[in-house]
Design a protein around this ligand. Sequence first.
Ligand code: B16
Ligand code: MG
Length: 225
Amino acid sequence: MPLDIKSKIQGVIFDLDGVIVDTARFHFTSWKTIASEWNYQLKIEDNERLKGVSRMDSIKKIAEWAEKQVSTEELQHAANRKNEIYLELCSKLTPEDILPGIFALIKMLKASEVLIALGSASKNARFVLNKLGLLTIFDVIVDGNDVSKSKPNPEVFLKATKKMNLLPRDCVVLEDAPAGIKAALSANMKVIGLGDSHELEKADLVLKNAKIISIELLNRIIKTT
Ligand code: B16
Ligand code: MG
């Protein structure tokens, strides 16, 4: 592969749910409650398709799967109730829930003066980061409150690079969801998928977790064209 020897990692953008903390199980439990009220048994595969997708887009999908005709007000109401259940579950999170390798990676990036950003679809990102003791560690936070288009649209990652004053090509995204990988690639960024290699096959590299991510690995990834 052609190499640009000058490139060096400048910034890393972390997705939240599924990368920093496993909140997918909380999303699943709370969406399941709403779906069952519409006589739809939400399956684990359905939940996979909701990863990285905004709350309103998720509720619309569930209504579609349940073949339920609902007004915008009802959708909003159901989304609000889902969020109450979700926040109750998240309120129990502690720093021990940070996923393997993430805290060490953050510390290593900080020590190497690589900027770190959060790029999440969640409107609860600050609440969750606070529970994990990570609220003040990021140089930049872009979450569901800052964007108008949800992943797979690249807006969240482009905003994060802009806020860091960096170019997309000098940053790497860490993502756990196909929608997020698509978003990173359309932002012209390199992306490491964390999770299942089959599901995340479009990523530049797929790893089980963040434990083996090093500055050298990140530099190698941004140098590939
Ligand atoms: P909220 P991420 C995403 O977060 C989740 O993966 C997705 O399941 C959720 O619906 C979305 O945030 C919105 O979350 O309801 O908390 O605003 O993976 O982009 O960090
Ligand atoms: Mg995610």
